[in-house]
Design a protein around this ligand. Sequence first.
Ligand code: DLZ
Length: 219
Amino acid sequence: MSDPTIKGLPPPPKSYDGSGLRIAIVHARWNDAVIKALLDGTVRKLKEQGVKEENIVVKSVPGSYELPFACKQLIEGGKTQSANAAPSMLASTTNLLSLIDSSAGSADRPATPAQSASKPSGSAPTASTAPFDAIIAIGCLIKGSTMHFEYICDAVTHGLMRVQLDTGTPVVFGVLTALTDEQALQRAGIGKGESKGHNHGEDWALAAVELSAQTAEWS
Ligand code: DLZ
């Protein structure tokens, strides 16, 4: 039976076109099976919303505690890159494929379908150098037997909120805070039970596109 406590994002009041957006995803590597599923769900849904592959930048950090710092660096780097309109540490021509390739070398992390597919011949589409419209921070914290979980959850939650308010760039909270492994698996759509659950990465992608469009409208 499916878990009634797992909810997804209700449809937005209107549809949004992501084709002009530049979105960054920063993911932690702890609990890698869950992270991989969430990352795949996020990227898949971003593309379904029209976001171009070359305008989705993926970076990784060791654990969730590092997410606020990484988000801030990426946002500021994106603004600098845009102002200079020159290659920077963010590598304007780097597309999703090569970024995922760069973090997929470990034996415990099989190649995604995107990595397995042969790269198209000819020149790669030109990636945008605009500042990021939104950042999606993905992590998975699972409670252990000490207070570590509580402290990291608190720090990351407040850190990510602070980054978005300080920088003016929306930061989507893609951090699972689960009490058990199975709770996390269910929320990444890879549960072990009869129902596999729901992949929250899809909700985070929708939130990023909606927030990006609305931020542009409101400002
Ligand atoms: C240390 C730690 C532990 C115990 N558990 C998790 C976890 O469940 N999920 C996660 O994303 N990170 C965990 N970490 C690592 C911390 O987030 C962080 O990377 C280290 O404390 C180094 O700053």
